[in-house]
Design a protein around this ligand. Structure first.
Ligand code: GLU
Length: 538
């Protein structure tokens, strides 16, 4: 077979050579790692994308390299309008920014186009090259024929797929091919696999040395439409765009042998692969399971924005699941910027990263504790403008809101009340008259005396009392009404008292904040002011 003649027959429109393409895509000069995110534009961006993007971003930016966005839209059925904006904006919110690629204001960088559907002519140059070298061929098998082959393979217990003797178009002569082409019979281009009966080794930056059997499949590289498959597009793009590290989900591991053979056939060096572990959670039955789009709202990135998680908290949490040594580092360096942590792929888990919302909440409490109240106000404002505009009035007095957010935060054992915006606004709602409501009942021990307790409290209330004068008065009221002045006395002799001072103060707390739990009441009264305090008591 004259392969060059065949290549010209199949790709008469391709006039460029591989050298022409190499001139258009010169090797990158800058050092540092080059990584990319290659999402399909389906409009759904999830925690797994963020997880991968975070690895990409850290590897690139920590080494002075480049992180770019490539839109992988070769599966044209799934294109959703506005999807690229969604991807970029969602990641930007978490402070993950691209240096290059298909960006909102157009393309940026010298290695474009960064959208695969615009790169057909480039893929064709290399498909033509493979055909010209006898390493790829046109395959005319119809879907029915492929189904028949599969049925036959099942019958004789052979592995499924098009390879070896099952690859019926491999042996067509030039004349047979020409005839079919002239008759416009549809065809795909397949890799002609060498089907080496051996195993190969490849280094994965997360998993270490992997050993796998060599590929034997005549994988499709160009579909009948001329559009490349993921396998081919990824190899061509990552080579030409100078990617040094391919970070992708472990679901791609089984096709790694195909990619390695493609690199070999094209005469290129594969880049470093980093196959990340699946995100898992502890399911309802106590067992680990994959996060699911249907069952787990927290898989969607929108969840974190709707709830109002602070991006810094999500980043901090992601690092705790990404790198096993991060928490230790954080304990040793409580005040360092997260950027200073040296992220490595070696410290990544390869057996399923466990995602846990409770843990995220704990991390978030610590992260928010370090953010000054004035910044928290800005953050809450931005969130509420988008998700809860009806609380806009709480921002009319910034100083007041800052004081509210700072309650108990300066103490040696600080309060960690703040987790995410929705919860924070809910939590501080009693500081605003229109949102204040009685949410809980008086404690059972003091319920019958509630009215009396409040009357006595108003009678003796002096807004200028300091904290200990104030509490002495509550103790006195407790004793007068038959409650123990100290909880431990009540615990020792429960029959002698109606309850203890805590029950009495809880009555006051419920009157003022509407709940049985809150920060220090004296402090709250000072913030609410005398008039408002008296009014609530009345
Ligand atoms: N388009 C592929 C996906 O969405 C990207 C895989 C890769 O990063 O290579 O899964």
């Amino acid at each position: 077979m004259e392969y060059i003649k065949l290549a010209n027959l199949l790709f008469p429109h391709v006039t460029k050579t591989e050298e022409d393409i190499y001139r258009e895509f010169p090797k990158r000069k800058t050092g540092g790692k080059v990584t990319r995110l290659g999402p399909s534009p389906t409009g759904f961006i999830h925690l797994g994308n963020l997880y991968g993007a975070f690895v990409d971003e850290r590897l690139a930016h920590q080494s002075g390299g480049t992180f770019y966005l490539r839109i992988e839209d070769t599966d044209d059925k799934r294109y959703v309008d506005g999807a690229v904006e969604t991807i970029i904006n969602s990641l930007r919110f978490f402070d993950i920014n691209f240096d290059e690629g298909a960006l909102i204001d157009g393309e940026k960088g010298d290695y474009g186009p960064y959208t695969q559907s615009l790169r057909a002519d480039i893929y064709h140059v290399f498909a033509k090259k493979l055909v010209a070298e006898g390493k790829a061929y046109p395959c005319f098998l119809t879907e029915d024929e492929i189904n028949e082959i599969r049925a036959e393979q099942e019958k004789v217990k052979a592995n499924p797929g098009i390879y070896g003797k099952w690859a019926k178009s491999r042996d067509l002569s030039y004349e047979e091919i020409e005839e079919k082409i002239n008759a416009k019979v549809p065809y795909v281009i397949r890799l002609k696999s060498s089907a080496k009966e051996e195993r190969f080794q490849v280094e994965d930056a997360i998993r270490g040395t992997l050993e796998m059997p060599c590929n034997n499949l005549d994988t499709v590289i160009l579909k009948a439409t001329g559009i490349p498959t993921y396998h081919f597009a990824h190899v061509v793009d990552d080579h030409l765009m100078g990617t040094t590290h391919v970070v992708r989900g472990e679901e791609w591991l089984p096709s790694l042998p195909i990619h390695v053979e493609l690199f070999e056939k094209l005469g290129w060096q594969p880049m470093t692969y980093c196959h990340t572990a699946q995100l898992m959670k502890i399911g309802e039955d106590g067992n680990k399971r994959k996060l699911s789009k249907r069952k787990d709202p927290e898989l969607s990135l929108d969840y974190y924005r709707n709830m109002g998680y602070h991006p810094a908290a999500v980043r901090e949490y992601l690092l705790t699941i990404l790198n096993s040594n991060f928490e230790e580092w954080r304990i040793a360096n409580p005040d360092k910027d997260i950027e200073e942590f040296e992220f490595t792929t070696q410290k990544m888990s390869n057996s399923g990263a466990l995602f846990d919302l409770n843990k995220l909440n704990d991390v978030s409490k610590d992260v928010l504790l370090k953010i000054p109240a004035s910044e928290l106000v800005d953050f809450l404002k931005a969130w509420s403008d988008e998700f809860k505009p009806e609380v806009g009035h709480i921002f009319s007095d910034r100083k007041y809101l800052e004081t509210v957010l700072d309650i108990g935060r300066a103490e040696a054992k600080p309060r960690k009340d703040h987790i995410y915006a929705q919860q924070m606004i809910e939590n501080i709602s009693y500081f605003f008259d229109d949102m204040f409501k009685i949410e809980e009942d008086f404690p059972a021990e003091a319920k019958d005396d509630a009215k009396l307790i409040l009357e006595k409290y108003i009678e003796t209330y002096d807004h200028s009392d300091d904290q200990s004068q104030w509490f002495d008065k509550i103790r006195r009221i407790a004793e007068e009404l038959g409650y123990a002045a100290k909880p431990k006395d009540y615990k020792k002799n429960p029959d002698q008292y109606k309850g203890h001072v805590g029950h009495v103060s809880t009555v006051i707390r419920v009157a003022i904040v509407g709940r049985t739990q809150s920060p220090d009441i004296w402090e709250i009264q000072q913030i609410l002011g005398e008039e408002r305090t008296r009014e609530r008591l009345r």
